[in-house]
Design a protein around this ligand. Structure first.
Ligand SMILES: N=C(N)NCCC[C@H](NC(=O)CCC(=O)O)C(=O)O
Length: 446
């Protein structure tokens, strides 16, 4: 049966702003309190989705979350009307207010971990939303993420949905940003690689000294268990703690895989040689292209600033691969030179396409952060909510929707404006109709 990898990109929400919420994420802290442009952020994202659709890929859309999260503000003790809650929070706890306003669900690589049916014990596609416990603003996402995924993959015959892991740092889980899969064609049984930053229970294992390691080994193992993966189709590898301390807060900032290609920086992993041996031993039927980028060609700092590895490697109709990269890669001489040489070398990657996703990049989200990969066979794809699949008409419809609901600027003082809450809800209410999601947001459930 034919199989596909579908990218479900996060639609940037109407409250996209720069609040400096993510310690350990260099770009987020650098952009703190800048003025954002939600309209252009959403359109940059839509343009990337449309480009992949035009390249012949099946492209999906994942809805944003309800922000501001007024329910969390009330849970934290702010009372009165919505306007009073916002103004009180603005006065007393502006950082909490900003966290409850974050449009961070756009980075859908952190929405969930997905295991395709070829890998799982019961031949269903398994979904586990990420709990994102390490950052308060992101820990608000998993419940709604689960609702949205259930509304998109709503068929028990093919899809199995799990509850996110326990909300505790011991089981900190950041989803597909720390998970990649190597395989032959997408429908073949593959090898699922889980990368973790630290162990929660084993204090003897190395860990970063400056920034938090967001993903634990225990979380990765739990997801693999829930999905019914076996020892022979999983690898658990530790991220190099030194690079976490240099701003590599997720593994997808330093490594990316697609089918028989693993593209990674030489400093990405601890014990790289052992890891590569295990991959070779567990995937004997595949000649994997291990593309290791040396530090003397691309430094960690260049990788973090350009997001060379937060690129999407996609397979085109002729079987060759293309890299979807942010413009930052084109503008950095070391990275551009590396990529120019890569596409004439002996690997399946034959072209690079550069995209302007600057509004997202300024918060530390590159092209790969913006997408959740779901490998599906033809029958499973037929069972996906068709309203969430990109088409020429959906692209036009969503651009018009953005034009009518989104602001051109948001600055920190705008977060107390109750009108922004009203605008955001109106936008999301209409969106749930466009994407045929039903009432996935709390404000729709009262
Ligand atoms: N690498 C992947 N897959 N995702 C990138 C996530 C970026 C996100 N930034 C933020 O949440 C910044 C929000 C702010 O500062 O306003 C984060 O750090 O979790």
């Amino acid at each position: 049966m034919k199989s596909f990898e579908v990218n479900f990109d996060g639609l940037v929400g109407p409250t996209h702003n720069y609040a400096g919420l993510s310690e350990g994420n260099v770009a987020s802290l650098k952009s703190a309190l800048d003025i954002s442009n939600p309209k252009s952020a959403a359109k940059q994202g839509l343009a990337k989705m449309k480009a992949l659709h035009d390249l012949g890929l099946t492209q999906g859309v994942l809805a944003p979350q309800e922000r501001p999260d007024i329910h969390t503000l009330r849970r934290l003790g702010f009372t009165g009307t919505d306007a009073q809650v916002l103004s009180q929070a603005h006065k007393e706890a502006p950082n909490v207010l900003a966290a409850c306003y974050s449009a961070s669900s756009m980075w859908t690589a952190n929405a969930a971990t997905i295991s395709p049916s070829a890998d799982t014990h019961n031949n269903k596609v398994h979904f586990t939303p990420a709990n994102l416990t390490n950052k308060f603003h992101r820990s608000l996402e998993p419940e709604t993420t689960g609702n949205i995924l259930k509304a998109m993959f709503n068929n028990d015959e093919f899809f199995e949905h799990h509850l996110h892991l326990n909300d505790n740092d011991h089981f900190g889980d950041e989803g597909a940003a720390n998970h990649t899969r190597l395989c032959g064609s997408y429908g073949d049984k593959g090898l699922e690689i889980f990368t973790f930053g630290r162990s929660a229970f084993n204090r003897d294992m190395p860990k970063p000294q400056i920034f938090a390691a967001r993903q634990t080994l225990e979380a990765s193992k739990s997801v693999a268990r829930l999905h019914g993966l076996s020892n022979d189709n999983t690898v658990f590898v530790q991220q190099n703690p030194d690079v976490i301390d240099q701003g590599v807060f997720h593994n997808d900032v330093i490594a990316v895989g697609n089918q028989n290609v693993l593209f990674y920086h030489e400093q990405a992993f601890l014990n790289t040689a052992k890891f590569i041996d295990e991959v070779k031993q567990k995937l004997p039927q595949q000649a994997v292209h291990f593309i290791e980028v040396p530090s003397n060609q691309v430094s960690i700092s260049d990788a973090v600033n350009t997001y060379l590895f937060n690129t999407q490697i996609i397979t085109l109709a002729d079987g060759s691969m293309a890299i979807i990269a942010p413009k930052h890669c084109e503008n950095n001489i070391n990275v551009k030179t590396y990529l120019d040489n890569l596409i004439i070398g002996n690997t399946p990657i034959k072209q690079v396409k550069y995209f302007d996703v600057n509004e997202s990049m300024k918060n530390g989200g590159g092209p790969a952060c913006l997408r959740l990969r779901v490998a599906l066979n033809a029958q499973e794809l037929d069972a996906v909510n068709p309203a969430c699949i990109m088409s020429n008409s959906l692209f036009t419809r969503l651009n018009t929707w953005v034009d009518s609901h989104y602001r051109d600027t948001i600055s920190p003082k705008d977060l107390q404006d109750p009108q922004l809450l009203i605008e955001s809800r109106a936008a999301l209410d209409e969106l749930t109709k466009i994407l045929n999601l039903g009432s996935v947001y709390k404000f729709q459930q009262v």
